[in-house]
Design a protein around this ligand. Structure first.
Ligand SMILES: [Zn+2]
Length: 270
C-alpha cells in the first residue's frame, strides 16, 4: 500500500519530469463504476481542463496538485500509482484515468483495486484538513509529537496510525519503528517515557527516510518510482507469517488492532 515514502517518491517524479507549469487539456475517465469504494471517487478529475499546475504538494499520504483555481487531491488507496505515459504507450491494464497536458505530457492513474481517489478541493488547507504534521516535516519536532500524545491512554500502535497525530505513518512503518525501539504495539502511551517517545519519533523518521531513499535509488527501467512489495530490502522487520525477530531470532507474533495486524517480537518489545 502506498505510504509516505511511496507518495513522496511519486511527487518528486512528477516534479522532476516537468508537470509544474503545464496546463490540462483533456481528461478521460474509465466508463465503469469508478471504485469499489463507491461512485464519484474520480469525479474531481473532470474539472481540471484549462487549469495549470502551480505546484505539487504532499502531507502524509495525500498528494495535492495545486491548480489556478483549486486543488486536485490524489489519494492512492491500496494500489494506486500515477505513471507518465510515452506517446507510443499502448493502453495498459488497470488505467482508471488519463490526463493530457500541454506539450504531449500525459499521465495516467493506474489502480487495479480501484480504491484511489481524485478529489476537488477549494484550497490546500481543505486538501490537508484532518491531517496532523507530516512525519518528515522538518518543523515537526519530537517535542510536538509528545505533546500530540499528551493526556492519551490508548495503545501506541493505533495512535501512530491516527493521521491527526502524525501524518504519513501506516501499518508497515508503525510496526518497523516500534520494533526498532523495542516498544510493544500494545503498550499504553501514558506508560512510555518522554525519552522513549523521542526515540520512537526518531525511529519513525529513520524508517521512512530509509525507505524513501531505497525507492529513489531503485526506479523501474523508465525512471518511475517502482512501488512494489520490496519490504524485505528496506525493512528490518519482515511482516509475514513465520518470520523471525532479527534481534532475538524467535518467531514474531501478531495482534489485531481494529482491522490491522501488528507484527512484533514478544521478547524484546515491551
Ligand atoms: Zn526480539
Amino acid at each position: 500500500m502506498p505510504e509516505l515514502p511511496e507518495v513522496e517518491s511519486l511527487r518528486r517524479y512528477l516534479v522532476r519530469e516537468g508537470m509544474i507549469g503545464r496546463t490540462f487539456e483533456w481528461v478521460g475517465i474509465e466508463d465503469k463504476p469508478e471504485s469499489a469504494n463507491g461512485t464519484g471517487t474520480l469525479a474531481g478529475a473532470r474539472l481540471v481542463v484549462d487549469q495549470s499546475v502551480k505546484s505539487i504538494e504532499r502531507r502524509g499520504k495525500q498528494l495535492a496538485v495545486v491548480l489556478d483555481e483549486f486543488v486536485l487531491g490524489f489519494h492512492m488507496g491500496m494500489t494506486g500509482q500515477v505513471h507518465i505515459l510515452d506517446s507510443d504507450d499502448t493502453p495498459a491494464r488497470f488505467i482508471r484515468a488519463v490526463f493530457n497536458l500541454t506539450d504531449d505530457f500525459r499521465i495516467a492513474l493506474v489502480d487495479p483495486r480501484r480504491w484511489a481517489k481524485i478529489q476537488h478541493f477549494e484550497s490546500l488547507e481543505h486538501a490537508f484538513s484532518g491531517l496532523g504534521p507530516d512525519a518528515l516535516d522538518p518543523d515537526f519536532t519530537s517535542k510536538q509529537f509528545a505533546t500530540n500524545l499528551d493526556g492519551r491512554t490508548a495503545q501506541i500502535k493505533p495512535l501512530l496510525l491516527n493521521q491527526a497525530i502524525i501524518a504519513g505513518v501506516g501499518n508497515i512503518y508503525a510496526d518497523e519503528a516500534l520494533h526498532r525501539v523495542e516498544i510493544s504495539p500494545a503498550r499504553r502511551v501514558n506508560t512510555i517515557s518522554k525519552k522513549n517517545l523521542g526515540s520512537l519519533f526518531d525511529a519513525i523518521r529513520i524508517s521512512l527516510e530509509h525507505s524513501l531513499d531505497f525507492i529513489l535509488k531503485h526506479p523501474d527501467e523508465r525512471g518511475r518510482p517502482y512501488i512494489v512489495d520490496a519490504y524485505g530490502d528496506r525493512m528490518q522487520l519482515h511482516r509475514k507469517p513465520g518470520s523471525f525477530c532479527p534481534r532475538c531470532e524467535i518467531p514474531l507474533v501478531t495482534l489485531k488492532f481494529g482491522g490491522r495486524t501488528a507484527y512484533y517480537c514478544g521478547n524484546c518489545q515491551k
